[in-house]
Design a protein around this ligand. Structure first.
Ligand code: CA
Ligand code: CA
Length: 490
């Protein structure tokens, strides 16, 4: 059973449990907010529409400490403009003007405009220490450009994941996006469709505009990173027209988001400023945060003393004098580098010896070529367990030796001497004698650049470390001892 059903069960329990709990503190987790503005938020509420003005499935917050005596930061609803916020959710702002038609669960506000007060607070009301968040999640760096894509009305297009210029879906056209895209702009015409694949990441340098009656969906977990290049301070970088249906998570921390009029929004919307016209509904589907993939390791050692031997099946990855390790990860084809917040390479030390006092350094260098793991093993093993292996495998001489069984060189060139890896290490770790347990390398920069493999090199002096390989971990019955690439996604 995957962890997803348990995660949903936990959220359901939390919502059921909330009526009994006194919320003394607002949530400091951005992912729990369906609407989050860095500076200001205005949500008009329903206007002669009984099913409109609902904000469900998450909190609403404005982050800043009001720089004026009373701006206010948040303006929501009115006496004739109801807004209903769902059970277990919070409305959080330093200063607020809250219409009498607003029905809140928990309210956190330090000052509310006199004469404007929520019609109902169903659970708790308290001040709080603003801001909500002292730092915002990082915004990925990206560069858009190249081919423009235009989909004519009545036509459909499914561009491959990649980097594009301006993408325009004319009125009535259909665009399919599945995977990772970096776009200069995305303009969706009236009654047009953007069909999104689950887990897609769409980076937009400039404008994201969705016109009247258009639909963007159905995946709720698509992440839109919108930078708003060239968009004026008071103009919307993200804007939805009338009756738009939009599914996704929009992060535009330096831009203004316009939620439109009579729109149905499914996801989360985080911007510098957020505004809405009447009759907007916001639904934050719970439990749809993408789970990071668990990539499969491939590992081996490279022996300077036996340059055509493969150690792909060896229970250890050894790094020492004229002895290097290689480790790479498969199963990341669907991962968009822009979605990666952090990446950590974890190796587990089986044995470590021969280091000088104070230890010595092992460096992880980004591999620039792919290698083939292979199935040989001999290094450090009793002769009864030796096997040269068969088929292709990595050796000191070759990223992929076509036939490791002959212990001769079956590739052209010399990969280690010719740009197999970046000369500058990505991360280093100090090793000492008798050390065991995990060693971590911060390889975020490499994974963000699309690389998933490393060469492990001892920098100088004496010393040798043996890490558990994938095969060694399996022999020990503990797959968590294998090399791991831990990913944290946006
Ligand atoms: Ca291996
Ligand atoms: Ca060979």
């Amino acid at each position: 059973m995957s962890s997803r059903p348990r995660a949903i069960a936990a959220i359901v329990l939390a919502l059921v449990a909330c009526p009994l709990a006194r919320a003394a503190e607002p949530s400091r987790d951005l992912e729990e907010y369906v609407l989050f503005a860095v500076d200001e938020l205005s949500f008009k509420g329903a206007n002669n529409c009984g099913v409109c003005g609902k904000i469900l499935g998450g909190h609403v917050g404005v982050n800043r400490v009001d720089p004026l005596a009373f701006s206010p930061n948040l303006s929501i609803g009115g006496a004739s403009n109801p807004v209903f916020l769902g059970d277990g959710t919070q409305l959080v702002a330093d200063t607020a003007r809250i219409g009498a038609g607003v029905d809140v669960w928990d309210l956190f506000a330090n000052a509310t405009q006199p004469g404007f007060d929520p019609g109902r607070v169903r659970n708790t009301r308290s001040p709080f220490a603003a801001p909500i968040l002292t730092s915002l999640p990082p915004f990925p760096a990206f560069v858009a450009g190249g081919t423009d894509v235009t989909v004519a009305g009545g036509d459909a297009a499914a561009p491959a994941p990649g980097v594009y210029g301006d993408v325009t879906v004319k009125d009535g056209g259909t665009l399919q996006l599945a995977g990772g895209y970096t776009l200069r702009s995305l303009r969706v015409g009236r009654d047009a469709r953007v069909v999104t694949g689950a887990g897609s990441v769409i980076q937009v340098a400039g404008l994201l505009t969705v016109n009247n009656d258009a639909v963007v969906g159905p995946a709720n977990d698509v992440r839109f990173f919108v930078r708003g290049d060239g968009v004026g301070h008071n103009d919307n970088a993200v804007s939805f027209g009338r009756r738009v249906e939009f599914h996704g998570i929009v992060y535009a921390p330096t831009s203004r988001i316009g939620l439109g009029n009579m729109t149905n929004l499914f996801g989360r919307f985080w911007g510098r400023a957020i505004g809405s016209d009447f009759n907007v509904n916001v639904n934050g589907p719970p439990g749809d945060t993408p789970e990071p993939p668990s990539p499969t390791p491939m590992d081996s050692s490279l022996l300077h003393g036996a340059k055509n031997r493969n150690e792909g099946a060896n229970p250890v990855v050894a790094v020492g004098t004229q002895l290097r390790g290689v480790v790479a990860f498969a199963g990341l084809d669907g991962l968009h580098p822009g979605s990666v917040k952090t990446a950590t390479l974890v190796l587990h030390v089986a044995s470590s010896s021969g280091w000088p006092a104070g230890g010595g350094t092992v460096a992880a260098h980004r591999l620039l070529v792919d290698f083939t793991e292979g199935n040989g093993k001999r290094f450090g093993l009793p002769s009864a367990e030796w096997t040269t292996g068969s088929g292709a495998g990595v050796t000191w001489n070759c990223a992929t030796d076509a036939d490791v069984s002959n212990e001769g060189k079956d590739c052209t060139g010399n990969w280690i001497g010719n740009g197999a890896f970046l000369a500058q290490p990505t991360a280093t770790a100090v090793h000492v004698n008798g050390q065991t347990g995990p060693v971590v390398f911060d390889v975020t920069a490499d994974v963000v650049a699309g690389a998933h493999g490393w060469m492990l090199v001892k920098k100088s002096g004496s010393g040798e470390v043996h890490y558990h390989s994938k095969e060694g971990a399996a022999l020990l019955g503990d797959p968590t001892l294998a090399p791991q690439l831990l990913l944290e996604l946006f």
